[in-house]
Design a protein. Structure first.
Length: 539
């Protein structure tokens, strides 16, 4: 991937926007050399409604007739007091603006110099200064693709650009490399500074590295934008490129992986009180372990009992340092430095003694921007290396042990994806509560809404999905209805190979002053789910 740094002055029409009026190109090439190119790149903002005034558009373009041009094309005007028509994306998809798009293509076709066209920038930011933000990604993509088809047909030389802030989750809105010619993101100011849930980065280099890492799913050139006020930032492009290359070399991600195989749909439980483990539908038991407890007899006895029932094991390994100091924020670095190798020896001694199929999940829900677990809110590059260190500690795992990468499925999850060779299955967590402060069970989200959102975020990777945790609180009749819909959704989701229900109260320590939700369900509610999810192999 080639990176181009574009540095210029702040856009006058949108003082809060990071796009520039005059852009100077600087390039970091594939040999990690950092230098400035000799040409300038002008910037022009166009609005969809302004295309109706051809003379004004032609005058703007004529002033830059023989100069390279970067156009930010917005489907409505920017105004702090007027957010625009919120249905504009649907109107674009329906062809309501085809005439204006064809006129724009007509103006651009006659240009003899490079023209970049970025459509509806920063769709991933969780704010509403533009009507295409806070929209379903599928809706944004469909509108982008509709626009792209018209421009391609009528002005094929135009370079189409996906312009994002580089905020977590930006790739959810990416139209795909077959649609665009280049990506673009902003270096400064950090979008995260406006949202408390995400950390502010220490340096410009780290900030840029994180954003480029989020774009690693695209092979297209990436334009990097900043403004004149910040153009003197001491950004070491060579250092950034070297770090990114080092990560890619360490991952050694193959194009395909032949390890994971389709399997029968598994219904399982996390059920430490053994309320439903004897149910005839249960085929898997989920066990959470502190990885320093692998030597304890009670754990091995639990696994032997599971094997005697003929169940498979979903094993979530939590790399807590110990019970007294389970918030060691250096846990990932300590793993990589070999300080826990003795613990890993004990862990793998346990794994090698297990006779049944094992779905091995390590350091789960790493992407949630909290610190419930010490491996959360960490540098994703460090997490990836630690995950791979754990999974590859003794070389190839036995064929009955599968590697499970376990994000919650929140936005930006793929920033922590450790590579296809290290992932046999992707695990997701689906709980009805969208916010821990919600007490009314009726305000929970439907399973379908959560699942569709989280499955979409996994669209760049191919591994099968195993829902290792899900739950809903409320009275029995409400739980039955929610679970019945969940079963129907999974029945029609061939990528999902199994689901383990979380049949217990959640940990009260992480719910603050509110009461921890009770996810426990009745045998009848569990049977309702199983019947709805049933596939032919479950009969």
């Amino acid at each position: 991937m080639a990176w181009y740094f574009l540095v210029g002055s702040t856009d006058d029409e949108n003082p809060n926007g990071p796009i520039n009026s005059n852009l100077k190109v600087a390039w970091v090439n594939q040999n990690a050399e950092f230098f400035e190119a000799a040409q300038d790149l002008n910037h022009l903002e166009l609005y969809l409604k302004s295309i109706r005034h051809p003379l004004a558009v032609e005058q703007k373009l004529s002033r830059m007739e023989n100069q390279p041009l970067f156009i930010s094309f917005k489907s409505w005007s920017f105004s702090p007091l007027h957010q625009g028509y919120s249905g504009v994306l649907k109107t674009i998809i329906a062809g309501g603006y085809d005439q204006q798009l064809k006129l724009l293509a007509k103006y651009l076709k006659i240009r003899d110099t490079t023209t970049y066209l970025a459509f509806n920038p920063y769709p991933e930011l969780p704010e509403k200064w533009a009507p295409w933000q806070m929209q379903q990604p599928q809706l944004y993509l469909e509108s982008f693709i509709h626009m792209a088809q018209i421009i391609r047909e009528n002005a094929p030389a135009v370079q189409l650009v996906f312009l994002a802030s580089g905020y977590p989750g930006c790739m959810e809105y990416h139209p795909g490399d077959s649609i665009i010619d280049a990506n673009a993101l902003v270096l400064y100011p950090p979008a995260e500074e406006r949202f408390d849930a995400y950390p502010i980065y220490d340096s410009a280099e780290y900030h840029l590295l994180r954003r480029l890492h989020r774009f690693r799913w695209s092979e297209k050139t990436c334009l990097i934008l900043t403004d004149t006020a910040q153009s003197q930032l001491n950004v070491d492009g060579t250092k950034i490129l070297a770090e990114q290359k080092s990560l890619e070399e360490s991952l050694q991600i193959p194009l395909t992986s032949n390890r994971h195989k389709p399997t029968n749909f598994l219904v399982g439980l996390y059920d430490p009180k053994k309320r439903l483990l004897a149910h005839r539908r249960v085929a898997a038991e989920h066990i959470f372990i502190n990885w320093h407890n692998t030597h304890k007899p009670e754990l091995r006895a639990k696994i032997k009992a599971l094997e005697a029932r003929g169940d498979v094991l979903t094993l979530t390994v939590e790399p807590f340092k110990d019970a007294a100091a389970n918030h060691d924020r250096r846990v990932l670095e300590n793993i990589l430095e070999g300080r826990y190798d003795a613990t890993l020896d004990s862990m793998y001694d346990l794994l090698n003694s297990i006779q049944t199929t094992v779905y091995l999940r390590f350091a789960h829900e790493m992407e949630i921007p909290i610190e419930r677990y010490p491996w959360q809110s960490q540098n994703p590059l460090t997490y990836i290396k630690a995950y791979r260190y754990f999974m590859n500690y003794h070389g190839d795992l036995p064929r009955h042990i599968f590697k499970v990468w376990g994000p919650a499925g929140d936005r930006g999850s793929l920033e922590w994806y450790p590579g296809e060779d290290a992932v046999d299955f992707i695990s997701l967590a689906i709980y009805g509560l969208p916010d821990k402060n919600i007490e009314d069970h009726r305000e929970q989200e439907r399973f379908r809404e959560i699942f569709n959102r989280k499955q979409w975020r996994m669209r760049q990777v191919t591994a099968p999905i195993f829902i290792t945790e899900f739950g809903v609180k409320g009275p029995d009749d409400f739980q039955k209805k929610w679970l019945q819909e969940a079963g129907k959704v999974l029945h029609r989701a061939p990528r999902v190979v199994g689901a383990c229900y979380f049949n217990l109260y959640d940990n009260p320590k992480v719910w603050g002053k509110g009461e921890a939700p009770d996810w426990s369900i009745s045998e009848e509610a569990f049977e309702t789910f199983c019947q709805a999810a049933q596939r032919p192999e479950m009969n």
